[in-house]
Design a protein around this ligand. Structure first.
Ligand code: ADP
Ligand code: MG
Length: 439
């Protein structure tokens, strides 16, 4: 039965995920609706339970077993594995975030806004003597940071399969750290991280503020740099702008090469869309796309590549469904929400200016650090308006308010939402400001 389940899981999850996470498992026993599965490490057990638990239970039931729950037993019995599998399994001990197979250098479109970041990533992926260490990539949401990191990992693994390349999100790093603390496995934790050849941590802005994680991150970081191991870090802002990050960590992060991904421009958006169209031509051979649609989208859609891709995906799915060509007209119908969202041309800066004028405060105070009520309220108003009138993300808005954290922005927005319902003066002010800004 386990063999049947394995086959189904392989089909459902794909060969990659399967060999990474499911293959190291060993079916142990079944009793009272509980299936016991042996796992080589606690981490794999937790990860599998969280991500594939439901699937496994479903497949077991489909295969005719009455299973309600899974139990994972950590055992060191699972040691006799062929070398190749063992390599994967040991990498699994430290890995938390699987790589997206589509994120390679081949699929990354290079343009002016990202050429430096791309060149640096290429250089690091060539391996050889460590040149830029750490490499720090930063930029707004959806500009390709994760894509570049995965591309580096794929390339390194292709060229030097013997290297242990570890990619994980900062959240995974923290999660692993906290788990190790709780299970009193700090020694293992340290050893595992320090055994890697290349460490990549994505979105480190999330590490700011979590003191003990920062500390451990810093030590891991130092140990790796001292051992001449390559480190690649990404964040949504520059090292110096990460909130609640200790100075020594900031300066350490800046000690290698810091490159940023700029917001996409028209040319790059068009290039990306063109490459996606080539891809979709294979997937939806029956759908054709009219001249001018890509130009229209590049012109009208914001800088976030994820939004751009989402738009195209929706167009193809829709056109295929209704059996029509993707024309400008269909595009406008099908994407009216996205187009409307990027129509708003108000900038955060304009909002800040208007709100400052309205409340008679200085613009520098609006974005400055002072927290007195007379400044905080207008600031929150401006954050609220920025959230609703621009398509900037919370971290981006925060950055424009003197480098504030996205949670601060979120708090501000909520506060105004609350007050708006209670205080008619605030509601009136908002309406007035909104109209003034829309002119
Ligand atoms: P970030 O991590 O910076 O938020 P991602 O790397 O997740 O952004 O990119 C978002 C999406 O846009 C992904 O699907 C990615 O493949 C795509 N993308 C971003 N930049 C490019 C590019 N230059 N060429 C091709 N695809 C890109
Ligand atoms: Mg990312």
């Amino acid at each position: 039965i386990w063999a049947t389940v394995l086959t189904s899981l392989k089909g459902a999850l794909g060969a990659n995920i399967f060999s990474r996470w499911i293959e190291p498992l060993e079916f142990s026993k079944l009793s009272g609706g509980v299936a016991t599965i042996n796992v080589p490490t606690n981490f794999i057990g937790n990860y599998v339970a969280q991500n594939f638990g439901e699937q496994i239970i479903y497949q077991l039931n489909k295969a005719g077993e009455d299973v309600q729950r899974l139990k994972f037993d950590v055992t060191d019995k699972i040691t006799t594995k062929p070398a190749a599998t063992r390599k994967v399994a040991s990498a699994d001990d430290v890995s938390g975030s699987p790589l997206d197979t589509r994120f390679t250098f081949d699929t990354f479109v290079v343009g002016k806004p990202n050429e430096l970041a791309h060149a640096a990533a290429r250089r690091v992926a060539e391996g050889g003597p460590v040149t830029f260490n750490p490499l720090f990539l930063y930029g707004g949401v959806g500009l390709g940071k994760t894509h570049l990191m995965h591309a580096i990992a794929h390339e390194l693994q292709r060229q030097s399969p013997e290297l242990t390349v570890l990619y994980l999100s900062a959240e995974q790093f923290m999660y692993r750290f906290v788990t190790a603390l709780r299970e009193r496995k700090m020694m293992d934790f340290k050893q595992m991280f320090r055994a890697v050849d290349v460490l990549m941590v994505d979105d480190v802005q999330f590490i700011g503020g979590k003191d003990s994680t920062q500390e451990e991150f810093f030590h891991t970081f130092n140990a790796l740099v001292d051992g001449h191991k390559q480190i690649i870090i990404s964040a949504d802002r520059a090292p110096g702008e990460i909130k609640d990050l200790e100075e020594r960590i900031k300066s350490r992060l800046q000690s290698g090469l810091v490159v940023d991904l700029h917001p996409t421009d028209y040319e790059l958006r068009l290039g990306i869309l063109q490459s996606k169209v080539d891809f979709y031509a294979g997937q939806y051979p029956e759908v054709s796309i009219a001249d001018g649609v890509l130009e229209f989208l590049s012109h009208r859609i914001s800088t976030n590549v994820r939004v751009l891709e989402g738009a195209l995906t929706r167009l193809y799915a829709f056109a295929s469904l209704v059996g029509r060509e993707i024309t400008l007209e269909l595009t406008q119908d099908c994407l009216s929400d996205i187009l409307k969202a990027s129509d708003r041309k108000v900038t955060v800066e304009e909002i800040q200016r208007k709100v400052s004028e309205h409340y008679n405060i200085r613009l520098s105070d609006m974005i400055g650090p002072k927290r007195v009520r007379t400044l905080a309220r207008p600031r929150q108003m401006a954050m609220y308006l920025a959230k609703h009138m621009t398509n900037r993300s919370l971290p981006e808005i925060g950055r424009r308010f003197g480098g504030r954290d996205h949670t601060t922005v979120m708090h501000g927005v909520r506060k105004i939402e609350e007050l708006k319902a209670l205080d008619s003066q605030i509601a009136d002010d908002l309406e007035l400001l909104r109209r003034a800004l829309e002119e």
